[in-house]
Ligand binder design. Structure first.
Ligand SMILES: Cc1cc2nc3c(=O)[nH]c(=O)nc-3n(C[C@H](O)[C@H](O)[C@H](O)COP(=O)(O)OP(=O)(O)OC[C@H]3O[C@@H](n4cnc5c(N)ncnc54)[C@H](O)[C@@H]3O)c2cc1C
Length: 328
């Protein structure tokens, strides 16, 4: 039997975040049918969140139940995770593809002396060694790495793996001591968390569908066409930098090199030319649809489906058709 695979559960409002649930599916694949997968959660609502692991068949969860860890810096969580990883005898940790998850595995490289990879899109064991695949050069190429050494920690890319299948089962919670948490790791103290103005609907980096608008919309008063289409699809709304620089929508909407990187199941680019700085933020989306009046626009080079035409005709018709098909 190989050592257990540890899954880091990022807790949002007392629930394990969807990015961490994706990590469970990856851990299961890597652990094999007879090898254990163990969950880890921290914070004052750790025990409640542990139930989410049990829902997906992870029956053993290590809980660092400590209110100091609710808003703790990543370094403090990495300290607690390292203690849990050592006590459980794990040699591999899998985290979700969030900013937190990526920073956590980076810190585990030092604290736990682990080989680390982020943005992982494929993970397999070959002759006992972990092999991972990930995008490089802004998604224009991919690389395969062998993570050698006794310990590894990976953060997966959001939506790159299918979500885990529900397998409700018994839950055994094991408390992890946090008494030795050095005060230096608790600084800087987070005193307030302010969510960015991201508009209605799901968050840009978590959403399964993203509809983004560009300068082709001509002005802020027409941007609702993108938002209407997004609402009909329960999608998040994104934008090119031309839109955010012009102040049509806040910077938090921006997709690209200096904005957010997204990889949804479906990305719809409306009136966006496809400059390389935009493409690096969305090119790993599973299916890309582009709507643009210029058949030579670079966005069509990465699009799976392209509609050449006037967005002011196409987008309202598409929204109406989606609403009709979904009975809205
Ligand atoms: C250092 C640096 C970092 C950058 N970072 C980013 C970034 O993170 N994200 C980003 O997006 N950009 C970024 N940019 C800017 C980027 O280079 C482009 O300028 C920007 O992406 C262009 O936005 P756009 O496609 O909306 O506008 P445009 O390039 O002006 O394209 C508008 C498109 O709309 C189409 N169109 C016009 N009218 C219609 C119509 N009626 N129907 C259909 N289509 C129509 C046009 O054919 C055109 O293709 C960065 C640039 C630099 C230098």
């Amino acid at each position: 039997m190989t050592p257990p695979v540890l899954v880091f559960g990022e807790v949002h409002e007392g629930r394990v975040a969807s990015a961490s649930l994706e990590a469970i599916a990856v851990a299961r694949e890597l652990a094999g049918p007879s090898d254990p997968v163990i969950g880890f959660v921290a914070g004052s609502r750790g025990e409640a969140a542990a139930a989410d692991f049990a829902r997906f068949g992870v029956g053993r969860v290590l809980v660092a139940e400590d209110p100091r860890l609710d808003a703790a810096p990543v370094g403090a969580i990495a300290h607690a995770v390292t203690a849990a990883a050592r006590s459980s005898g794990s040699s591999l940790l899998v985290a979700g593809g969030t900013t937190f998850g990526r920073e956590l595995v980076g810190r585990l490289a030092v604290r736990w002396e682990a080989a680390v990879a982020t943005g992982v899109t494929e993970a397999t064991r070959v002759d006992g060694t972990l092999r991972v695949r990930r995008a490089i050069f802004g998604g224009r190429a991919s690389e395969t790495r062998r993570l050698e050494g006794e310990r590894s920690a990976i953060a997966i890319r959001p939506h790159a793996f299918p979500p885990p299948v529900e397998r409700p089962g018994a839950l055994a919670i094991e408390r992890v001591a946090t008494g030795d948490l050095p005060a230096s790791l608790m600084a800087p103290h987070r005193t307030e968390v302010k969510a960015p103005d991201r508009g209605a609907g799901p968050g840009l980096t978590d959403a399964a569908i993203v509809v983004s608008g560009g300068r082709g919309l001509r002005g802020p008063s027409e941007f609702h066409l993108v938002e209407d289409l997004a609402a009909s699809l329960d999608a998040a709304v994104g934008a090119s930098r031309a839109v955010t620089d012009a102040g049509w929508r806040p910077a938090s909407f921006q997709v690209g090199q200096t904005g957010k990187a997204v990889s949804p199941q479906l990305y719809i680019a409306v009136g966006i030319s496809g400059a390389i700085q935009h493409l690096v933020g969305m090119v790993s989306s599973r299916v890309i649809v582009a709507i643009n009046s210029d058949a030579g626009a670079p966005i069509f080079k990465v699009a799976d489906y392209g509609i050449v035409g006037d967005l002011f005709e196409i987008v309202p018709a598409l929204t109406a058709e989606v609403r009709r098909a979904r009975g809205r």
